[in-house]
Design a binder for this molecule. Sequence first.
Ligand code: GLV
Length: 331
Amino acid sequence: MTRPTVFIARQVFGDIVDRLRPHFDVRTHDGDAPLTQPALIAALQGCAGVFITGSEKIDAALLDACPQLKAVCTMAVGYNNIDVPACSAHGVVVTNAPGVLTETTADFGFALMMATARRIAEGERFLREGRWKHWGVDMFAGGDVHGATLGILGMGRIGQAIAKRGHGGFDMKVAYHNRSHLPAESEVSLGATWMTLPELLRAADHLVIVTPYTPETHHLVGAAQLALMKPTATLTNIARGGVVDDAALAEALAAGTIAAAGLDVFEGEPVVNPALLALRNVVLTPHIASASVPTRRAMANLAVDNLLAALGVGPDAGKPPTALNPEVLRS
Ligand code: GLV
C-alpha cells in the first residue's frame, strides 16, 4: 500500500518533522519564507496533508487545485488565513494550535504594553544614538502600569492570561469587552468587569487587543474608537493586523489622541505602514508574541499530533486533538 504524502510548508524543527517519517512520505520546503501561492499548489500535488503556519493561504482555489488534500494543520492559533467553510465543503479537516501558546503570548503582550507605557524602546534608541547627556526630571516619563486600568479587547484564553497578570501581579483594575461574558466566578478571580466597547475605550489606561481577526472585527478600532480613548492611554495589538486601522492609529499617535502604541501585528505585514515607522511613540515588533523556543516547539508538536491523527495514525487516529471542523471526519 502506498503511504500518504504530507508537505511541510516551512522550515520546522527537524526532530519534530521526523515524527512523521515512519508513517508518511514527507516532502519539505526548507525555506524560512512562505512559498508563493502557485508554488504551494504545485508542492501540494498528491499530498494528503499539509503542515502550515499563519502565513500560508488555504482558500477554495487551492483546494480545487489539490483534490487529494485531506488535512490542513497549522501551528498557529489564529486561522484567518484558512477558509474553514471551504475546507469543510471539500472534506478537508483543519486543525490549529490553541492552548500551548497562551502563557508565552500573554507574557509578550504584557511586556509590550509595559515597554509602550514606560517608553523603553524610545529610551533605548536615545541612549544608542549617543544623545544621553544627563539624568532628566521628566526624561521619558510615561504612564504607570501598576494600579492603572487594563482594558482587554477579546477575552479568550490569552486575554484571560493577560488579565491574570494585571490583576494578580500589578494590582490593575481589569475591564474587558468580548461577545460573551465570562462566567461570574472567572470575573471574580480575574477582578474583571465587562463593558461595551465604547465604555472600555473610555476607561482603559492601557488597551490590549487580543481578539481574533474576522470580517466582524475588521477595523474594530479605527478613528472613531481611538477618539474615545484618553490622551494618556496606550494601545497594544498582539491580535492580527486589520483589527486596528493602522492609518487611523498613526494619525491618532501623531495628533496626541492617545499617548503611545505597541504593535506586534500589522495590516499587510511584513510591510509596515510608513506613517507608523516615522513615529517615536510606537514600539514595533515583527509578529513574535508566541516566539519562545519551548512554545514554538510545542506549537509545531501539536500540529504534528493533529496531522498524524487526521490521517489515521496513533492513539488519536481519526480524532485530531484540536480540529476546527471535526464534523468532516465524522461524515
Ligand atoms: C500567531 O499569531 C498565532 O496565531 O499563533
